[in-house]
Design a protein around this ligand. Structure first.
Ligand code: AMP
Length: 218
């Protein structure tokens, strides 16, 4: 199954993706994570992308399409994938459609995480991520037991450079300009679910499982 998660930064896509991975063996393609890994390794692609990311801008489509194309080539047949944070532009959506078609696949479901912008800023400024295992925390709503230390693996919790308040407004305006039209592109597809992602994490998860017909499998 190919599942697209679409929504503004901080709308909870990554949190829900982790739950589906743990319970149902999905693989996650987070283009944000791939780009951050590439930066951490000091790769030329990462260095190019960093200039855009640290300003809250979208990385050019060409870089993203090449990353995703390599990812698709590395997949074993039959693996279920969550596309988290890709596509973010209508052009990326068209390119993903073509890449999947060339592998005789398509997008099976699209889930739109709808959250008001006022809620997003509070979520993003308080977000902390484990530098070792990627577990996501929030200083107010999901603090770690020991300050700045991951409960799961003991790794250091860090704030993403683009989760600073001055960068967030730029990320949200990029979202309105580019990603909102991508949502409209998928909306009429008949395999689209809009969820109120301001609801509790467990409630959001339930609607996702119901939509995917996975609610009887756990
Ligand atoms: P994320 O972790 O998904 O919030 O992504 C962090 C940053 O990576 C974004 O603000 C963009 O600069 C860049 N990025 C991630 N995915 C994409 C994409 N599909 N298209 C363009 N830029 C992206």
């Amino acid at each position: 199954m190919n599942l697209v998660f679409i929504g503004a930064p901080g709308s909870g896509k990554g949190t829900q993706a982790k739950r589906l991975i743990e319970s149902f063996g999905f693989i996650q393609l987070s283009t944000g994570d791939l780009l951050r890994n590439s930066i951490a390794k000091g790769e030329p692609l990462g260095m190019e992308a960093k200039k855009f990311m640290n300003n809250g801008a979208l990385v050019p489509d060409g870089i993203l399409v090449s990353l995703v194309s390599h990812f698709l080539d590395s997949l074993k047949p039959g693996q279920s994938v969550i596309y988290d944070g890709f596509p973010r532009t209508v052009n990326q959506a068209l390119e993903l459609g073509k890449m999947l078609e060339s592998k005789k696949q398509g997008i099976d479901r699209v889930i739109y995480f709808n959250v008001d912008f006022s809620v997003l800023t509070a979520r993003l400024t308080g977000r902390r991520t484990c530098s070792k295992c990627g577990e996501i925390y929030h200083v107010v709503t999901k603090p770690s037991k020991v300050d700045s230390v991951c409960d799961k693996c003991g790794g250091a919790l860090t704030q993403r450079p683009d989760d600073k308040e001055e960068v967030i407004s730029k990320r949200l305006s990029e979202y309105s300009a580019n990603t909102a039209p991508t949502i409209d592109y998928y909306r009429s597809s008949g395999k689209f679910l809009e969820i109120n992602a301001e609801a509790d994490v467990g409630v959001v998860e339930k609607s996702i499982l119901k939509f995917l017909n996975l609610d009887n499998n756990r």
